[in-house]
Write a protein that binds this ligand. Sequence first.
Ligand SMILES: [Zn+2]
Length: 131
Amino acid sequence: MKIRTVICANPYCLKDFETTNSKQKFCCLYCKNQAAYWHKQKYYKWEVEIQKGRLNNIRILEELIQRKHNNVNSNELLKMGFDFKIALLPDKDDLNRYVYRFGNLYLVQISKFDFNIIELAKIKFSKNEDN
Ligand SMILES: [Zn+2]
């Protein structure tokens, strides 16, 4: 095996290291992960923020459903830090209400400002959208 000296491809490291692996670009796993993290931050910033926001929304809904607080209005959700801008396009349930999925929970819009939080297994979708 030929040993070669390589400069770590992590722009925050750039340290020389020796390797026999012709494909190795990073001096260690930490540098590989750090470079991937910053690449994602630089080129996919919007997606990273949306992903964080969605996880935060999921955390809020899970907290509410654990407290058996299944009926909630938009003001309560906003006070808890829920971000409505992060909802994906909604489905419709069998009662033609808008249904937003967050993780294993659904947020069902029952009126302009009121929502029900329903667990994944407990919802019925409109038959039109099944196939
Ligand atoms: Zn490195």
